[in-house]
Design a protein around this ligand. Structure first.
Ligand code: DC
Length: 243
């Protein structure tokens, strides 16, 4: 699908009318999904859901409990134990496990290194996907992950698959974490491999290659897609936000 060039390019408007909108943003780690999804949600006046944060939160809790995350039977048996809550304000997302705020902790190297093993356990996916669908059900949301457009919300009217060159993704991640690019690239390759089973592009998703794009350009593209989808469906266009 191509993006019409004649669309209104404004991003300071909220989609407030018609059926609530769901925007699915999938793609590999380091492609810029979180920043782009949060930016698009803010520009469109929508909520934001980081599904990867939910897998990370469960992983944090398992590590905290001393569970061996390679023991998939143990992980499966504990998948529904902790209460995982997420905030959906794109300006300040947060994650809690059993009432403890773990927004920062879930980004640790330990969690990042262990989360793919946890996310590959079917009972974990079934439990978290049910929770994600409940959050998405009311609509008015940009949801990011790996399987939003294929499994979690296959009826989402707007689907984006955000990619970038493997080397570019690794160098962005290395800049964020102050780690060496070579070891970041090796970790990323390993995670890409482990996450591949749940990382398919939906057939009807629009692929955006962010390798040579700035964040603003990616956000703008998603906003324009959302507006175009509304126009094609004959739904009311966004109203200006009053300032
Ligand atoms: O996007 P992220 O790095 O925060 O994701 C953390 C892990 O969770 C990663 O291993 C992929 C996995 N994940 C998933 O399997 N399905 C999702 N919808 C989101 C993330």
């Amino acid at each position: 699908m191509s993006i019409p060039a004649d669309l209104d390019n404004e991003t300071d408007e909220a989609i407030e009318t018609g059926p609530p909108l769901v925007v699915a943003v999938d793609g590999p780690s380091g492609a810029g999904k979180s920043s782009a999804s949060r930016g698009a949600a803010q520009a469109l006046g929508l909520r934001y859901l980081d599904t990867g944060a939910m897998y990370r939160a469960l992983t944090w809790w398992l590590l905290y409990r001393g569970v061996d995350v390679r023991d998939s039977a143990a992980v499966a048996g504990l998948a529904a134990d902790p209460v995982i809550e997420v905030g959906t304000d794109p300006g300040a997302p947060w994650v809690r496990v059993n009432g403890t705020d773990v927004t920062a902790e879930i980004r640790s190297r330990e969690v990042t290194g262990a989360v793919s093993a946890v996310a590959s356990v079917p009972q974990v996916r079934a439990h978290l996907i049910a929770q994600q669908r409940d959050i998405i059900a009311a609509g008015g949301i940009v949801a990011e992950g790996r399987d939003i457009g294929t499994v979690v919300a296959p009826d989402a009217p707007v689907k984006v698959f955000l990619t970038a060159d493997s080397a570019e993704r690794a160098s962005r991640r290395a800049a964020q974490t102050s780690q060496a690019t070579a070891s970041t690239q090796a970790d990323q390759d390993r995670r890409d491999r482990l996450d591949s089973a749940q990382s398919a592009k939906a057939e009807d998703a629009v692929e955006i290659d962010s390798t040579a794009l700035g964040l603003g350009e990616v956000v703008d593209t998603i906003v324009r897609l959302a507006r175009e989808t509304r126009r094609q469906a004959g739904l009311p266009q966004p109203r200006k936000q009053s300032t």
